[in-house]
Design a binder for this molecule. Structure first.
Ligand code: 0RA
Length: 629
């Protein structure tokens, strides 16, 4: 075998099963919703990343075409086209039709990205109505087309070229997916993440449907990622970075403390966000706590013993591990289980931090002061919580006086509306079904928990009302079994102030009752902006676009348009019809697709700049995917 095809077709292991993919797509790509749909693109991109990270090529272009198809193009070596000796078919055809073939090419290095399911490009092919592959390699342009995963002609040569690379265009099968509409925002976020995780990789996303284009390239890699996450924050020192490799495993870690109170550590394995962390995260955290405690003792700074929570407060970090055979565990299969990783990352962190602290005593001191302050604040929070508990505020027997509770005690059947303003809450109380709907009024803005420590939270009446009504408590004491309402529905005016209140509440849930968001308990009601009355019929309208369409449809005559400036302008019947009646209300369920996005979002939402916040709310209020009608 010649040098340039030493990884060629003969090393492909053959596993049949595209039929299985079509029959049970969920097994291979998770689901057939928006998430699974985008997975088709990730599988293709992952192959290109492997090629580029192996040192061949420099950029990936993702194009969303006008006809609904997507193109993934790289300037790597091109998928091999030589004929497999046993199968008697070109390698590319096997890559595209045989399950897992792509990953088995190269046994010298390992396939690192792989995607969450790591199933290969043949899965994308199996779930596409059609797919075209174009390969530039060894002076020629090769081309083949597939329908429903099967080639419709042999690999042909289209002409000559002096370039190399792979281009795959596919159209998802609409009989398999709930939707085949690729979302620019989802893809943008993912390719930016990939650009952070793979330094110097250039990724371009072009949306031909809307004439939009973005491009990412980070020379700093995960250092740039930390810089991005800490962008609007007060940083305590320059970004730290180290990497270590032992032949099999390789880890890169970058981190920086800010003056806030949240832990923002994101861990990745083979470019996949491990939301539930695992052994790489544990290795890092264990070493961090130990090195800091040892330094405090060695330099006789204090006799305090810091906990993991103390040293992670205000810490923004990215942990990126590459490992040949990751084992994923946990509820969402995003927790790394490989036990040898813990010691490896612990050693690497230990080595770096000890050295760094000895070389940079002033930064060591800054970090240690921050951690000691966290420990003191944690103690103050504990005292405040004990005091609150002693006074009985957190006790479910003493529900807040403002809460109009429902009679239903089964949380799976009950709902809590958190309503902006006393007057709207009053209307809500008359409108609701008191059997299963409870109302908690909120007056004005609530505390911005992003900027407050726990001790302050427990002293704030609005917040303690919320905590007691919901029943679960917060933070370390959070207990989801004590949840009093299965649906927690935020109901605010459809204006900027209302959006702001929603954001503050979401921040609160995100930071202190995250499980409720993860479990899908939190919703935002979508009150209408207008009521359009024509004759005896009336229609509620939630955005200007729909209003315009209605006025088109009705010819503009003999109609009455009533605009609701706030919830307060609706009567009980209107409120019932639009946000409380299960038959026709619209609720947006809040989900944490991914913690990185949530973090970015909360920075956008909680920043001083109103414009991006407003834009987000407007965009998401129209998101019909998550509507609960
Ligand atoms: C296996 C071997 C070689 C390249 C690739 C796979 C490859 C796959 C994809 C998928 C998308 N883009 C890709 N680029 C490359 C190298 C074979 C050789 O030249 O020796």
């Amino acid at each position: 075998m010649t040098k340039n095809n030493e990884y060629g077709a003969s090393s492909i292991q053959i596993l049949k099963g595209l039929e299985a993919v079509k029959k049970r797509p969920g097994m291979f790509i998770g689901d057939t919703s928006v998430r699974g749909l985008h997975h088709l693109i990730y599988e293709a991109i992952d192959n290109s990343i492997d090629e580029i990270m192996a040192g061949y090529g420099s950029e990936i272009k993702l194009i969303l075409n006008k006809d609904g198809s997507a193109t993934i193009k790289d300037n790597g070596r091109g998928i091999p086209v030589d004929i497999h000796p046993e199968e008697k078919r070109p390698a590319v055809e096997l890559v595209l039709t045989v399950l897992h073939a792509g990953g088995k090419f190269d046994n010298k290095t390992y396939k690192i990205s792989g995607g969450l399911h790591g199933v290969g490009i043949s899965v994308t092919n199996a779930l596409s109505k059609w797919l075209e592959v174009k390969i530039k390699r060894e002076g020629k342009i090769y081309y083949q087309k597939y329908e429903n995963g099967t080639p419709i002609h042999e690999l042909k040569i289209l002409g000559d070229t002096n370039e190399t690379g792979t281009e795959i265009t596919f159209c998802p099968n609409e009989e398999i997916f709930e939707t085949i509409d690729f979302k620019f925002n989802i893809l943008e976020k993912r390719i930016q993440e990939l650009a952070f995780l793979n330094k110097n990789l250039k990724v371009i996303l072009v949306d031909e449907r809307e004439d939009k284009k973005v491009e990412f390239l980070y020379e700093g890699g995960i250092k740039s990622f930390v810089e991005y996450l800490n962008k609007n924050k007060t940083k305590l020192h320059d970004i730290l970075y180290f990497e270590k490799e032992n032949g099999k495993l390789s880890v890169e870690i970058s981190f920086q403390y800010n003056n806030e109170f949240q832990e923002n550590i994101y861990s990745f394995v083979n470019n996949i966000n491990t939301i539930e962390h695992g052994t790489h995260y544990t290795g890092f955290c264990t070493a961090l706590t130990r090195v800091i405690n040892n330094y405090i003792k060695k330099h006789k700074i204090s006799d305090i013993q810091l906990t993991g929570n103390d040293v992670r407060e205000g810490l923004t970090a990215i942990i990126s591990l590459k490992i040949p055979e990751p084992q994923f565990e946990g509820q969402t299969k995003t927790k790394l289980g490989n036990s040898n990783v813990k010691g490896f990352v612990d050693n690497a962190t230990n080595e770096f931090l000890n050295y760094y602290f000895e070389e940079n005593p002033s930064i060591a001191k800054t970090i240690i002061n921050k951690c000691i302050n966290s420990a003191k604040a944690r103690e103050a929070a504990r005292k405040a919580r004990d005091l609150t508990r002693r006074k009985g505020i957190m006790d479910s027997l003493s529900l807040p006086g403002k809460l109009a509770d429902c009679s239903e005690k089964d949380p799976t059947k009950s709902e809590l509306f958190i309503v902006e303003g006393d007057s709207a809450a009053g209307t809500g109380i008359s409108a609701r079904d008191r059997k299963f709907q409870a109302i908690l009024p909120l007056r004005g803005k609530i505390l911005n928990v992003e900027k407050a420590r726990l001790d302050k939270l427990f002293k704030n009446e609005q917040i303690t009302n919320l905590i007691t009504a919901i029943g679960t408590s917060i933070g370390e004491e959070f207990n989801e079994d004590k949840l009093r309402y299965g649906k927690i529905i935020i109901l605010t005016d459809a204006d900027v102030d209302g959006s702001h209140i929603s954001c503050l509440l979401l921040t609160f849930f995100y930071r202190h009752m995250r499980k409720l968001i993860e479990n899908g308990n939190v919703y935002i009601a979508q009150p209408p902006l207008y009521k359009v009355i024509k004759g005896k019929k009336s229609y509620y309208v939630r955005n200007e676009k729909v209003l315009d369409e209605l006025i088109k449809d009705f010819g503009g005559s003999n109609i009455i348009i009533q605009r609701f400036k706030g919830l307060g302008e609706m009567d009980a019947n209107e409120l019932f019809e639009t946000v409380m009646n299960k038959d026709n209300r619209i609720l947006k369920q809040i989900t944490i697709e991914d913690a990185v996005e949530a973090e970015r979002l909360f920075n956008v939402l909680m920043g001083d700049d109103v414009a991006p916040r407003k834009k987000f709310i407007m965009e998401n209020a129209e998101d019909v995917k998550n509507l609960d009608i």
